[in-house]
Design a protein around this ligand. Structure first.
Ligand SMILES: [Zn+2]
Length: 170
């Protein structure tokens, strides 16, 4: 019995070190390729190496935008942002959402019913969910669900850490 415990402990330690190694020293992530036919506003594109993204982004931004992590619910100050303005991609400043389409979803993540223009983002299947990515830099932003309010019925459930709020506009 004792031997089993020691074995389990060693296995856990090994798995933990492997996780730390792969997270911090692992091989660079290959760039994500947007689907064929996807466009972006003005056909703008921002493509960087994994090292460049690591240098530019904070660790939590990197983990969400390049590693497809999800931030903790209610962790983003943008949940409480009610001003007029636009929400731009934190990586490439591509305008993603307008404050006009923001609504309180009570999920703990900033939520919108439509992107500012249809090709500001693109979607890809992600298991039984639909992933939303920035059309300019391919950053993972969040997911879109079909339980949103009128007029679209969509709920773009975004990671606040992936966006910067820019006040102004209408
Ligand atoms: Zn972007």
């Amino acid at each position: 019995m004792r031997q089993t415990h020691v074995f389990l402990l060693v296995a856990l330690l090994l798995a933990g070190s492997l996780w730390v190694y792969r997270t911090y020293f692992g091989t660079p992530r290959p760039p994500h390729r947007r689907p064929a036919g996807a466009t972006s506003p003005g056909n703008r594109r921002v493509e960087k190496t994994d090292d460049e993204w690591r240098a530019q982004l904070t660790r939590s931004q990197y983990n969400v935008m390049r590693g497809r992590d999800t931030e903790w619910p209610n962790s983003s100050p943008l949940n409480h942002e009610h001003g007029t303005g636009s929400y731009v991609c934190a990586s490439c400043r591509n305008p993603l959402f307008s404050s006009n389409t923001k609504f309180e979803s009570h999920t703990g993540w900033p939520s919108f019913y439509a992107p500012v223009v249809s090709n500001a983002v693109y979607t890809e299947p992600d298991g039984n969910r639909t992933e939303v990515r920035c059309a300019v830099c391919d950053a993972h932003l969040g997911h879109v669900f079909t339980d949103g309010p009128a007029p679209t019925g969509l709920r773009y459930c975004m990671n606040g850490v992936a966006m910067t709020f820019t006040p102004g506009g209408e």
